[in-house]
Write a protein that binds this ligand. Structure first.
Ligand code: NAP
Length: 274
């Protein structure tokens, strides 16, 4: 029997998740159907309930519902709990709703496996203090970077992360101005400026020699952040397509117990950075 999965979001028409999961299913011989469901802003709980009542086995959750996905979970993972957000649900065990957040592990897998950029001993900077950064902090900290820093336009939101994650990792937090005089080996843009095309106020000297500049937004070519990095002499730039595919692979494995090969899917979805 075909098992049903879906991604919920608003808007969701642009989502690559149905394509990614159908490629995974074909490659691994799994019998699943995966659709995108446009979810009314006030209809998240009802949509989840209806999908589940119809026999649905699991859901990916996109913006703006990741906080609500966490709230309806009966069994959230530790990383979903710390992020306060979930991007994946699994229905099993009576009326249990298991929730996890694979965005951060997807990012780390992309950096380390696909981009050959180990994080151990590196100075890592996250720009932005929203849900994507929250989800990324634990998986990055687990790789033991020399320094993990968060800079955000609203500095108080970065400082709040320092408090929330204090039991798990040390964080340097602040606004962009406080980055002056510091250099980082890995700089990750986890703001939404890749979509809005705004430039960030990054100080000169932010990128250490040989640094990697990583833009979480994907499929937009060279975003203002990546252009800034290139103008600062950075040769290694990447966008978030690998993160997207890697988080999907974690979800697929969680649901189906089979780990798909991500490389051909990343290659198929990559938009050149020009
Ligand atoms: P979010 O919770 O809405 O946070 C947005 C962040 O961007 C905040 O830190 C905000 O700063 C900052 N920001 C927005 N406009 C800005 C501007 N003009 N100048 C400076 N900072 C600005 O969003 P999110 O969920 O963290 O997602 C962030 C981005 O990551 C999104 O674009 C999303 O598409 C991408 N993402 C990609 C993947 C993937 O698989 N590749 C997964 C998750 C997310 P303030 O706090 O000061 O407002």
């Amino acid at each position: 029997m075909t098992d049903r999965y879906a991604v919920l979001g608003h808007p969701i028409g642009h989502s690559k998740s149905p394509l990614i999961h159908s490629l995974f299913a074909r490659a691994t011989g799994q019998d699943i159907a995966y659709t995108a469901i446009e979810t009314p802003l006030d209809g998240f709980d009802d949509t989840v309930r209806a999908f589940r009542a119809g026999g649905g086995r699991g859901l990916n959750v996109s913006l703006p519902f990741k906080l609500q996905a966490f709230e309806i979970a009966t069994d959230p993972s530790e990383r979903a709990r710390l992020a306060g957000a979930a991007n994946c649900l699994k229905f099993e065990g009576g009326d249990r709703i298991h929730a996890d957040n694979f965005d951060g592990v997807g990012l780390v897998n992309d950096l380390q496996r696909n981009l050959a950029c180990p994080l151990a001993g590196k100075r890592v900077l996250l720009l932005g203090a929203g849900g994507a950064t929250r989800g990324a902090l634990l998986p990055i900290a687990a790789e033991r970077p020399a320094l993990l820093a968060v800079a955000n336009r609203t500095a108080d939101k970065a400082h709040a992360l320092k408090r929330d994650f204090a039991a798990h990792t040390a964080l340097q937090t602040g606004g962009y101005g406080e980055l002056s005089g510091q250099a980082f080996d890995v700089v990750i843009n986890a703001t939404s400026t890749g979509l809005s095309q705004d430039a960030l106020p990054l100080p000169a000297g932010l990128f250490a020699p040989g640094a990697l500049a990583y833009e979480m937004v994907y499929g937009k070519g060279l975003t203002p952040f990546l252009k800034q990095a290139q103008a600062a002499g950075v040769a290694r730039v990447a966008d978030g397509v690998g993160m997207l595919v890697e988080q999907a692979a974690e979800a697929f494995h969680w649901w189906r117990g089979v780990r798909p090969d991500t490389r051909p899917v990343v290659d198929q979805l990559t938009v050149p950075l020009v």
